[in-house]
Structure formats: C-alpha cells, structure tokens
Design a protein around this ligand. Structure first.
Ligand code: GLC
Length: 463
C-alpha cells in the first residue's frame, strides 16, 4: 500500500464502523416547501427568492433538536447543508453577505449545529455545494440547472463572470468551514457535471488545503466524476463512493477490483428538503432493511430528513427516527462495526458479520425451519439478538422421505417442533446471532443437531 492508501484506510476506519448517519437539508428553500431545487425548477429570479432571506428565522434550539433526533435514531454522524446550490450560507462567512447572520435570525446555524452534534457525542459533517446560483461569477446562461439558464439577460450577466473569482471564493469558504468550527469529521461536496469536475474546481489544490487543515476529515467523491473508481486515483478522488437514492447490488469495487468504502444516501420521503406535498415517507422497517442491505455489502447509509420552515422536524419524521433508534438499540451489534460475510445472499434476508459472529437478518417469513446454507458444524449458540432468547439449530427435519437440504446445511427455528412455522419475533428484521466455532467443536455440534432432529421427529405422529 502507498502511504496515501495507508492514511486513507486510517481515516475511514471510524466512518466505515459507524455505518449509519443522518443528514439535513435546511435553508431558505425550507420556507417555500417545494424542495431545495425550487429556485432552479421554477426559474425564480433572485429578487423573488430574497423574500425568504428576509424572513429566515429558525426557532431557537432547532440545531439541538436535530442533534437529539440523530442520536435517538442511532446515527453516528450528522451532515448539514452549510451551503446548498442556492448559495445561501448557514454560516458566518466573511466572503459573502448572503448568510444566516444577515437574516432576521442573525445566527450562525452551522456554529449552533456543530456544538449540538458534538454535545450528543456524534461526528460532525458539513455539506457544501460546488454549484452556486447566487454568486455573480458562476455562469448562468445555458447552464444545466442555473435558475437564469433560459433568461436572455443572463447572457449579458455572464460576460462579467470571472470563473477564477468563483473558485477563489469557493476555496475560501471551504477554508472557513475547515478552520472556524474545530474538528470536522465529514465533508460532502455536491456536485460535478459537464466540464465542471476535478481541476475545473482546482480540486487537487482544494483537497490539499483540506488535508492540511483537517487531516482526519473523510471526504465524499463528488469533486470528481467516478475518479474514486480509478486505480491511479487523482488526489481529489475522495474517501468514499456516494450513491444517491440507490443501493448497489454488491460491494463497491474500483476498476482494479479492490473493495472501496461507500455510502447510500436517500431521503426519508422522496424530497431532500421540506416539501409537504410529498407524503411518501418510508416506513422505519424499510429503512432498517436498507441499512442492513448496505452493511451486508460493506456500505453505510446516510438518511436525510427535511426540517420545516423554522427548523422543526415533523411528527412522522420523529416517530420513524425513534423506531429506527429503538431497533438499533437492541440490534445495533449487528450493524455498527459490521461488514459482509463470506456467504451468499440467503433466501430469507441478509448476513452481516463482525469478527467471530455472524448475524442472520431474517426479513422474510419462511415456511418451516430456516435454512443456513453451508454452516453445518460451523456455528453454535444461536440466539435472537433483541431478546437473547435462544434459537434452535438442527438437522433437516424429514430426511430420507424428502430431501431438500444439502450436506453442508443446517436449520434454524424459534420454537419446537422445529419443522413448524413460527412467527418471526420481529417482522421488520429478526436478527439471530450465531457464533462461529472451532473444528474441534464440530463433532459435538453435529451430535446436537441430530438430537434436535430426533426430538423433532419423535413428536410427529407418523401415520
Ligand atoms: C443532488 C441534488 C441535491 C441533493 C443531493 C443529495 O445532488 O442536487 O439537491 O442535495 O442530491 O445527494
């Protein structure tokens, strides 16, 4: 490994162990309630959007509410939009007037947030948009998403754009974020498109600056476009691959076949920022299974929530976060610090593993006993993680008469007789902890499975 690869591995260690984070999209757009792209989608003029600048006044303590929500959900890191594409800054930047300290709020929201998140013992992340719809040096006309992209006047405006000035500004703000809030654990850049990627952002230099100011910070991969997949990666490639509204089918690898850290990022509804017309909230169970899906493939989940106009989280969001947190409270051992097991995807759910422990995440009710392929003689002491109630390991119940098992399979169930169908203790995901065992113990285990099987058949009234 190169020294950079060694450093990178050390940097991402906490991050890949954390597995679950919470992000928040909050800004002027939260007062409108039609998502964070509203200015772009509705091609809104700057003047019209200013109304919300003049009304921006999040309630006192909202950052503490966000941090508490993250902790109660069982998240280990939090990410807040310090600046989104609209260019509005939630921090007291010396480089612009377009910031929360100049609104009626007169507060540095990033400062409040950093303190609150640290206060809850969580890692601090900041999102910073590379795209900027407010800065006069960011070209508008004909851009992919600038609110003024179709406006004839924008052509004139653009003649005055000096790209280098924007890049200086952007680097300057990243410097501010990296120097004024103590240790930052995660930096999320958003996003690269067209020719706007890599050196267009002077990304190598930017990354060097970040490493100098925050040597430990974990950075996402959006300064580039899939540069993280290169074997000879540019300096700006970032530390992890960030998948948006998607979960990859398997562990993510670079072009050389090497496994790389990754994160799936999706919102609790279909909207990143406050949008009451979108009530398509995901159930806690769906999010729990998505989280386990990610972990089973070596990835993280960053779940996004959308505070309302005054920074408040709605009841539905709170309830879902609490439910996830309750589940993690008793099942967290199978998520935090876990990764993939060297076993195929089972029919009933997913595997995660940590050291000598295997976690069967049973997500689909099955008929009869649950097959554990390839684990014959390899595991012992199965129990339901949430309740510590033992689960039963046994041989196939009906050999010789019908044979659906393989020579290396064993079976699991929650009650006796083992061939019956017993309800899953947790319909969202029942986690069973299995302990890998030694070769020496294997013979004794096989004996135990057989005894269990004998007990099962003894109870069956054969005609
Ligand atoms: C997209 C959107 C942005 C959102 C982000 C989250 O890049 O532009 O609004 O913040 O996705 O991944």
């Amino acid at each position: 490994m190169t020294t950079e690869a060694v450093r990178r591995a050390a940097r991402v260690k906490w991050y890949t162990e954390a597995r679950f984070g919470l992000s928040l999209h909050y800004g002027l757009y939260s007062l409108i309630g039609r998502g964070e792209w509203v200015r772009s989608i509705e091609q809104m003029e700057e003047g019209e959007y200013m109304r919300y600048f003049n009304e921006f006044s999040p309630k006192e303590g909202c950052a503490r509410e966000w941090a508490r929500a993250a902790r109660e959900a069982g998240a280990r890191y939090v990410v807040l939009t310090a600046k989104h594409h609209d260019g509005f800054c939630l921090f007291d930047s010396a480089l612009t007037d377009y910031k929360s300290t100049n609104t009626p709020a007169k507060r540095d929201i990033v400062g409040e947030y950093v303190e609150a998140v640290r206060g809850e013992g969580l890692r601090v992340g900041l999102y910073y948009s590379l795209v900027d719809w407010h800065h006069p040096d960011y070209p508008a006309y004909g851009d992919r998403q600038h609110p003024l992209r179709h406006k004839a006047e924008a052509r004139e405006r653009d003649k005055g754009c000096v790209w280098e000035r924007y890049v200086e500004y952007m680097h300057g703000q990243v410097r501010e974020l990296c120097t004024q809030y103590g240790r930052i654990d995660v930096l999320v850049f958003d996003f690269s498109y067209w020719e706007y990627y890599g050196e267009k952002w002077r990304a190598t230099e930017l990354m060097r600056l970040i490493r100098e100011l925050q040597p430990e910070v974990v950075v996402n991969d959006r300064l580039g476009r899939e540069a993280i997949k290169e074997v000879e990666r540019p300096g700006y490639a970032g530390d992890y691959d960030q998948a948006e509204m998607d979960i990859p089918r398997e562990q993510v690898r670079n072009k050389g076949g090497e496994v790389i850290p990754w994160e799936s990022w999706f919102p609790i509804s279909n909207s990143w920022a406050y949008n009451p017309s979108d009530q398509e909230y995901k159930e806690a169970g769906t999010i729990i299974r998505a989280l386990v899906n990610c972990v089973s493939k070596g990835g993280n989940l960053l779940l996004n929530v959308a505070p309302g106009p005054w920074g408040e989280l709605d009841g539905r969001t709170w309830a879902t976060l609490r439910e996830i947190g309750e589940w993690l409270g008793v099942n967290g051992e199978s998520v935090y610090g876990c990764g993939p097991a060297a076993l195929g995807k089972p029919e009933w759910g997913r595997w995660t593993q940590k050291g000598g422990y295997l976690y069967a995440h049973i997500m689909e009710p099955v008929i009869g006993h649950i097959s554990l392929e390839g684990l014959r003689g390899k595991v012992k002491s199965a129990y339901v993680l949430a309740t510590r109630r033992p689960a039963i390991l046994c041989d196939y119940w009906n050999p010789g008469i019908q044979t659906f098992d393989g020579p290396s399979d064993i079976f699991l169930n929650f009650g006796r007789p083992v061939q019956y169908t017993w309800a899953l203790p947790d319909g969202r995901d029942t986690v069973v902890r299995l302990e890998y065992t030694t070769e020496e113990e294997c013979a004794r285990l096989l004996e135990e499975y057989r005894e269990e099987f004998a007990r099962a058949t003894a109870r069956v009234p054969f005609p």
